[in-house]
Design a protein around this ligand. Structure first.
Ligand SMILES: [Zn+2]
Length: 133
C-alpha cells in the first residue's frame, strides 16, 4: 500500500466526505509517544491488501524495518493454519478496535464487522483522525 502521514490520511478521508476506506494505521509505541504510519491499499499494494479482518485472526501484523526507516507491515501466523483456510488479521488492536458502546458512537462512517467470530466486537476497528467527530 501507499504510506501516508496522519495529515494526508485525514485529508483523504475528508475528501471522501468522512467515509473510511481500508487504510491500516500502524501504531508503534515508545515511552514518549505513539508513531502512526498509515498504509492505504486503495491505489496500490501487494497480496496483503486482500487479507480480511477478523476479530479472531490467524495472522498478526508487526512493523519490520530492513534497510529503511519506513516500516513494512509483516504478517506472521498466530497458530497453525490449515490448507485452504482464509488468512485473516485484525485491522486494529487498540482501544478503538473494541466494538459497540462508546467506540461505536464515534462513528457515523464506521462499518459493521461481519467476521462471524464468537468474540466479534460488531464493528471494524476505527482509528480516529484529526477532524473526525
Ligand atoms: Zn468481527
Amino acid at each position: 500500500g501507499e504510506y501516508l502521514s496522519t495529515q494526508e490520511a485525514a485529508r483523504r478521508r475528508a475528501a471522501r466526505g468522512g467515509a473510511p476506506n481500508y487504510a491500516i494505521c500502524l501504531r508503534e509505541h515508545s515511552a514518549a509517544r505513539v508513531l502512526r504510519t498509515w498504509i492505504d491499499p486503495a491505489a496500490r499494494g501487494n497480496v496483503g491488501r486482500f487479507v480480511n479482518h477478523s476479530c479472531e485472526p490467524n495472522l498478526s501484523a508487526h512493523a519490520v524495518r530492513a534497510g529503511s526507516l519506513v516500516p513494512r507491515l509483516a504478517l506472521f501466523a498466530r497458530r497453525d493454519i490449515a490448507a485452504g483456510e482464509e488468512l485473516t488479521m485484525t485491522y486494529g488492536d487498540g482501544a478503538e478496535a473494541a466494538g459497540g458502546g462508546e467506540s461505536a458512537a464515534l462513528g457515523a462512517g464506521r462499518r459493521p464487522c461481519l467476521c462471524g467470530a464468537a468474540t466479534c466486537g460488531g464493528w471494524l476497528p476505527f482509528e480516529p483522525l484529526p477532524g473526525d467527530a
